[in-house]
Design a protein around this ligand. Structure first.
Ligand code: NDP
Ligand code: MG
Length: 329
């Protein structure tokens, strides 16, 4: 066992009592952070560009959304909750000209610091509070008196209190109810990119789809293949989250468990692991980030659009849409 320190509830919120926290962006994370911080009795202002769904949502939730430059001027804790690929431009145009010596600059993911897209001036505290879950759950868990685990990291600490600020913010959004771990911008960024590419999104989506296609190509009914390879994932994941692999194995049949041991390793082989290592190397060497930043230089995101339409056309998506429309999910 490692000796990783995990912070739970012995954290002092007072470090943020005299701060004005500007939430830049009212999207997935922005809305959740803003509402949780407000419910934790902290001073919060919201920056959200006008028109559109998120602006209306902010108004509905009782905020008076400001421009980013105004919000930066009126605050001393700036939480950037904009898409990673737009942060550099917004930093240069709206944040850097307005941020003041001694302010706290905060991120929810380390991408722009790790890959040197944003180079903050040395007179700022630079911190990260990264929830390990999507925004709607950061909000929902908080409302239910629980939390999503968070990672915190300190890049610059001119106040000497940067860690206290990060822990207090993590507590105020509910993170300490589940556990808060300290990391670095590099570790958070590299592990986050690896997780989403290899396991959570890239690996999982292709695993599900390949299982589904194998069954229908063998002549089985697509609806049955959908339930088997996609729908039931949620139940298995819930069991693993609650009780670990052994606990999940206790809940499934002995037949399922026997098949798991016989065939799991034939699907994920030593070769698969070698490819995982290669993907990790590409993340560590900046190759992945450079390609992604190149994609963003084109205004139309050609590759993303092409892939989105490829996925949309898959049979599993059509069958799924039909089945979900009748299910209360
Ligand atoms: P979203 O895409 O949900 O939110 C985007 C917000 O930024 C919206 O309010 C949007 O406004 C605004 N915005 C987008 N482009 C611009 C622009 N050019 N100028 C001004 N405002 C703009 O982002 P997320 O919440 O997903 O991500 C925010 C941060 O949180 C990222 O660093 C991400 O890595 C991190 N994170 C995200 C997680 C997640 O589950 N989504 C999990 C953990 C961390 P509009 O509505 O007008 O477009
Ligand atoms: Mg992640």
């Amino acid at each position: 066992m490692t000796k990783t320190k995990i912070y739970y509830d012995d954290i002092n919120l007072d470090f943020l009592k005299n701060k004005t926290i500007a939430i830049l962006g009212y999207g997935n994370q922005g809305r959740a952070h803003a509402l949780n911080l407000r419910d934790s009795k902290l001073n919060v202002i919201v920056a959200q560009r006008p028109k559109g769904y998120n602006y209306n949502k902010a108004i509905e939730d009782g905020w008076k959304p400001l421009s980013i430059s105004k919000a930066v001027k009126q605050s001393n804790f700036i939480s950037i909750l904009l898409p990673d690929e737009v942060q550099k431009k917004v930093w240069e145009n709206d944040i850097k000209p307005n941020i003041k010596k001694g302010d706290i600059l905060s991120f929810a993911h380390g991408f722009n610091i790790r890959f040197k897209q944003i180079i903050p001036t040395p007179d700022l505290d630079v911190i990260m509070i990264a929830p390990k879950g999507p925004g709607h759950l950061v909000r929902k868990q908080y409302e239910e008196g629980r939390g999503i685990p968070c990672l915190i990291a300190i890049e610059q600490d001119i106040s000497g209190k940067a860690k206290n600020f990060a822990l207090a913010y993590a507590k105020a959004i509910g993170g300490t109810l589940a556990g808060v771990l300290e990391t670095t911008f590099a570790e958070e960024t590299e592990t986050d990119l690896f997780g989403e590419q290899v396991v959570l999104c890239g690996g999982l989506v292709e695993l599900i789809n390949s299982g589904f296609e194998t069954l229908i190509q063998a002549g089985y009914q697509p609806e049955i293949a959908y339930f088997e390879c996609l729908y039931e994932i949620k139940f298995i994941i819930d069991l693993i989250l609650k009780n670990g692999f052994s606990g999940m194995n206790r809940s499934i049949s002995n037949t399922a468990e026997y098949g798991e041991y016989i065939n799991g390793k034939k699907i994920i082989t030593e070769n698969t692991k070698k490819r995982m290592k290669k993907i990790l190397n590409n993340i560590q060497s900046n190759k992945f980030a450079n390609n992604w930043l190149k994609e963003n230089k084109s205004s139309s995101m050609v590759f993303l659009e092409k892939e989105r339409s490829r996925i949309n056309k898959r049979l599993i998506e059509k069958i799924g849409a039909k089945l979900r429309s009748k299910m209360n999910i």
